[in-house]
Design a protein around this ligand. Sequence first.
Ligand SMILES: *Cc1c(COP(=O)(O)O)cnc(C)c1O
Length: 489
Amino acid sequence: MENLYVSTRNEEIKATAKQTILKGIAPDGGLFVRPDLDSIKVDLKKIVDQNYLQNAAYILKNLLPDYTEDELESCIQNAYGHSFSRSEITPLRKVDDVYVLELFHGPTSAFKDVALTLLPQLMSTALKSTNQKAMIMTATSGDTGKAAMSGFQDVEHIAIEVFYPHNKVSQIQYRQMATQEGKNVKVFAIQGNFDDAQTTVKQLFMDQDLNEKAAKQGVMLTSANSINVGRLVPQIVYYFEAYKDLVKENAIQLGDKVSFSVPTGNFGDVLAGYYAYLMGLPVEKFYVASNSNKVLTDFLKTGIYDKNREFIQTISPSMDILVSSNLERLLYYMSGKDTELVAKWMNDLNTTGRYDVGSEVLGKIQALFVGDFVTDEQTKQIIRQVYEKTDVVLDPHTAIGYKVAKERADRPVVALATASPYKFSIDVLDALGQQSNDEWDALRKLSSICQDEVPAPLAQLETKEILHKEVIAVDQMKQVVEQGLEELL
Ligand SMILES: *Cc1c(COP(=O)(O)O)cnc(C)c1O
């Protein structure tokens, strides 16, 4: 099969789509990209006539041609056939004069489900042609771990181990993880913070001894984080879906441009939008919406990416990020696919914590991307205002994208809704002027305000059996991974 993918840092490093999905990251530390992405053109008329699952198959076939059509269809069916509570998968809803694209109707009520239901299927299919098994290691600050476990639960030939910081996740997040079923799934609380978990997982990927042990058993160590091509491609689909819905509602004519406002952390979600644009989606602007960790807002103004700053804990924790890894892919395309230049910037980032892309590249980026940020105070304010005007309750992440969209003049604009408000009940209630210190009480209060039901997977958590109780020291992580390898045999 053709090696269509290359590293952002060296075009001599090549891989097939299946290999990129199994490896996650390129061996030189770069990210896998397709140089010919802008020559794939999606037929918008076809998109408008097909349903979500058909469009997913159509788009994925173009991006991952070494999967057969049958393979992709079965992956997509397994991912989306039963696990989303809405048949549209990602419904579009008009809230005042902004269209809100709801990405949170999956099993864990966050947008990461759209990708993390499909990635395990793509990995498992790719593994079949290698006769290998895979061990996924994931460090999580709360949300990704649950979505990943849920997606990998009982997937053949793959085991997953998740590490989260003990006593540093919310009650709901704790219960989501500790009650996770599946014979191939393990979760550990570690005595340390998220950075300790993350750093140790990264070390384990490089650990020669562990890699040799795994290789002897025919197991590859891999990750499910958002730099994996298999996380990115499922997200391209819903940009086209939003466009389809706008055409069907007669909000636009086929071919008209649309803007998107995307609450951003690691730059994965908004990058998927850019990929859709390269593949022919008519886009006016992408609004890159951040919280007070506004590294991207500053970058999009100045061309200087500088992570040397204070890390701020906000009420939109999934966007509390200072290094937006997927930005590297945008830089690859915007620099004219100059892998040497990208490698230099990434080296600067590693050694000094900053890089400067210069005015020419910045100009190209600014023609399509606009950055803005929203403080916690403003986030609460917009949640309250939107509720008072429309009865719709937004979660803090969604509210950030919504506010940035609201402040711009161009219409139509689609704001991506990345989590259900129920996942962040206490802060959302606070924004609406009500107090609660207990997450379960907050869920019920919010349910009566929203006048709808708590999503079933969240409602059931309070009484579900705790299956994972182990709390381990950071230096025990390698040991539990080794045990996991034994059990995979
Ligand atoms: C992960 C996440 C984001 C940020 O998405 P990126 O792809 O990292 O930019 C935004 N909102 C929620 C709720 C998330 O979980």
